[in-house]
Design a protein around this ligand. Sequence first.
Ligand SMILES: Nc1nc2c(ncn2[C@@H]2O[C@H](COP(=O)(O)OP(=O)(O)O)[C@@H](O)[C@H]2O)c(=O)[nH]1
Ligand SMILES: [Mg+2]
Length: 218
Amino acid sequence: MEIKVVKQILEWNEDCSNEIKKDLKEKKVCLINVLGSPGAGKTSLIMKLIEKLREEYRIGVIEGDIAGQIDAEKIDRLGLPVVQLQTDGACHIEAMSIQHILPMFQLEDLDVLFVENIGNLVCPAEFNIGENFRIAMLSVPEGDDKVEKYPLMFATSEALVIHKADMLPYFEFDRNRVKEKATDINPHLTVFEVSSRTEEGLDAFLAWLIERINKELQ
Ligand SMILES: Nc1nc2c(ncn2[C@@H]2O[C@H](COP(=O)(O)OP(=O)(O)O)[C@@H](O)[C@H]2O)c(=O)[nH]1
Ligand SMILES: [Mg+2]
C-alpha cells in the first residue's frame, strides 16, 4: 500500500509563503514583516512610518496579536486599511493566516503592507509569511544581550532598528556590542538607532526603507 506522507508544518508554511510572494509580486505589493518583543515599539514605529510615507505609498497593515484589537484600532484611526489577526494563543503568525487575510484587502490599491508580528523574539523568526523582507526591532530597555540570546530573528532580517534611542542615556546599553554581534550573525544586516518619540535617527532609516521598498516595487 502506498503510504500517505504529510509534510512538516514548516515545509508547508514555506510553500504557502512562496505562493504569497508570487501573488504579491504580480500585484506589486511589498510585504514587510516587523518583528520584536512585546513593547519594543512595533506599533509606534509602524505608525510613524505611515505618517512619513503615506503621501508616497498606499499602505495597509495586518496587526498580529494573541488577543484584542487595540493596535488595529490605532491604525484604523489613521484611516488606513487594517486587519487584526488574533492568534488565540499562538506565539507567531503563519503564512496560511496571511493567505487567508490578503483577499480582505484591495491589493490593487496597495503598495506596502506592514505585518506587525506577534510580540516575541523566538517563534515569529521561524515562519516566513511571504514577506519581501523583515525588520527586526530591539528596544533599549530590553537590554544589549538579546542578539546573542535570540540570534535567529537578527540572522533573518535585513534591518535592525535599535528602538527607543531616546532612552540610551538612561540605560546601560552597549550599542556597539549589539551592532557587532548582530552583524557577526548577519553581515547583510543594516543597523539603525531610531526613536519614534523624538524622531532621532528616523531620516536615515526612512531613506533605507524607501530605497528598499522601491527596489521591490520595480
Ligand atoms: N521612550 C520611547 N518610548 C517609546 C518609543 N516608541 C514607543 N514607545 C513606548 O513603548 C511602549 C510600547 O509601544 P508599542 O508601540 O505599543 O510597542 P509594541 O508592543 O511593540 O507594538 C508604549 O508605551 C510606547 O509609548 C520611543 O521611541 N521611545
Ligand atoms: Mg503593537
